[in-house]
Design a protein around this ligand. Structure first.
Ligand SMILES: Cc1ncc(COP(=O)(O)O)c(C=O)c1O
Length: 350
C-alpha cells in the first residue's frame, strides 16, 4: 500500500467510488471541449489570451488587482512566500497546514525561508496569542518574522472570518505580510456563506487551486496586488513554472469557474449525508465539514475496514487513526449510495 492507500497498479481497477481526494477529479466532457477550442499563445511572451482571461477573472472575483497562473498550488504558495520574504526571513504557519507539512519544506529548501509552526486549533485556525508568541524580536540571533500564512479550508474545516481577522490584526500590527493558501477557497466561502472578496480582503496574496473540487486537471491562480506581479513572474520562472500554451489548462479553469463552481455545494451536501449514514453505523467517531468526512474506527477494525471497502470497489483514505473521505464531482449519488451500503455491510472482527 502506498502513502495514498493503494498501489498504483490497482488504482484504476474495480473502482465504483473513489473518496480518497478531490484531486482525483477528471476533466468533464465540456471541460475537455473548452480545452480543445481555447485560443492559445505563448504565455512566456505574455501572449496567451486564455491565461490572461483566467487571471483577470480570478482577480475580479476575489476583488484584487491582478493574478498569475501557476501549474500547481505548491508552486503558487512557494512563489508567494518568495515574494514576501527574503533569505533568513520567517513565515508563521499552522503546524497542520499544507505549506508546513506537505510541500517538502520548499520554502526552506529553495527560498532560504524558515517556517515557524504554530499550533493549529480544532477549527483549523491559529490563536492570535499563538501568533504573537511566535513573532521574533529584531535580534541577529533570530530569523526576521515577515509573513503570516493561513489556510482556509483546513482539512475540510472552515475558519470563521472573525478568527481570521484576529490573526491578521496581530500580524499587521507587527508589519507582517499575509498570505492565504486557499486551495479550497470556494469550499470555504460556500460553508461560511460569504462572498469571495470578503474572505480574500484581509490577505495580500491568495492562492486558489483549480484542480481540487473544481475539477480542472492542473492549475492554481495566485491573486494579489499589481505591484507584486513582476516579482511573482520572476519567481515563477526561477521555479520552472513559466509555461507556454498554458491556455489549454487555463481554459479548464475558466470552464470550472463557470460550470463546476455552481455545483460545488453538492459535494458538501453529499459529505453531510455520508457523515450522517456513518454515525448510524456506529463504526466510530465521525466528523464532517465542507466536502470532507473523517471516520475514526476502532484501531483493530481499521485495516479490515479498508480491505472490506476496497473489495466492494470503494476507495477510502489509508490514513490512521482517522480515515479521510472527500466528496467531489466524480462521486454522484449512486456512487455515494454504494459507499454507504458497503460501510453498512462491514462486520467488525471479520
Ligand atoms: C491545502 C492545500 N494547499 C496546497 C495544495 C497544493 O496543491 P498542488 O497539489 O496543486 O501542488 C494542496 C493539495 O492538495 C492542498 O490541499
Amino acid at each position: 500500500m502506498s502513502l495514498y492507500g493503494y498501489d498504483s497498479a490497482d488504482a484504476a481497477t474495480n473502482c465504483i467510488c473513489d473518496l480518497r481526494s478531490d484531486t482525483l477529479t477528471k476533466p468533464s466532457v465540456g471541460m475537455r471541449q473548452a480545452m480543445m477550442s481555447a485560443p492559445l499563445g505563448d504565455d512566456v511572451y505574455g501572449e496567451d489570451p486564455t491565461v490572461a482571461r483566467l487571471e483577470q477573472e480570478l482577480a475580479a472575483r476575489l476583488g484584487k488587482e491582478a493574478a498569475m497562473f501557476f501549474p500547481t498550488g505548491t508552486q503558487s504558495n512557494l512563489a508567494a512566500v518568495m515574494a514576501h520574504c527574503g533569505r533568513g526571513d520567517e513565515v508563521i504557519v499552522g503546524d497542520r497546514y499544507h505549506l508546513y507539512c506537505d510541500e517538502a519544506a520548499g520554502v526552506s529548501v529553495l527560498a532560504g525561508v524558515s517556517m515557524m509552526p504554530v499550533n493549529t486549533a480544532e477549527d483549523g485556525g491559529l490563536d492570535a496569542d499563538g501568533i504573537v508568541a511566535a513573532l521574533k524580536v529584531d535580534d541577529p540571533h533570530y530569523p526576521r518574522s515577515r509573513l503570516l500564512s493561513l489556510e482556509n479550508s483546513v482539512g475540510g474545516r472552515v475558519v470563521s472570518s472573525d478568527r481570521v481577522k484576529a490573526g491578521i490584526d496581530v500580524a499587521r500590527k507587527a508589519d507582517l505580510a499575509t498570505h492565504l493558501d486557499g486551495a479550497r477557497f470556494f469550499n470555504a466561502i460556500i460553508e461560511l456563506g460569504c462572498d469571495a472578496p470578503h474572505l480574500a480582503a484581509p490577505f495580500d496574496t491568495i492562492s486558489v487551486c483549480l484542480s481540487k473540487g473544481l475539477g480542472a486537471p492542473s492549475g492554481s491562480v495566485l491573486v494579489g496586488p499589481q505591484a507584486m506581479m513582476a516579482q511573482l513572474k520572476r519567481n515563477r520562472k526561477i521555479l520552472g513554472g513559466a509555461m507556454r500554451q498554458s491556455g489549454v489548462l487555463a481554459a479548464a479553469g475558466l470552464f470550472a469557474l463557470e460550470h463546476h463552481l455552481p455545483q460545488l455545494a453538492q459535494d458538501h451536501v453529499r459529505a453531510a449525508s455520508l457523515a450522517s449514514a456513518l454515525r448510524h453505523t456506529g463504526l466510530g467517531d465521525v466528523s464532517s465539514q465542507t466536502n470532507m468526512v473523517f471516520l475514526t474506527p476502532r484501531a483493530e477494525d481499521h485495516p479490515g475496514l479498508i480491505r472490506h471497502m476496497a473489495e466492494a470497489g470503494i476507495k477510502i483514505g489509508g490514513q490512521s487513526p482517522a480515515i479521510r473521505m472527500v466528496l467531489h464531482r466524480d462521486v454522484d449519488d449512486a456512487a455515494l449510495d454504494a459507499a454507504i451500503t458497503a460501510f453498512r455491510a462491514f462486520e467488525p472482527g471479520h
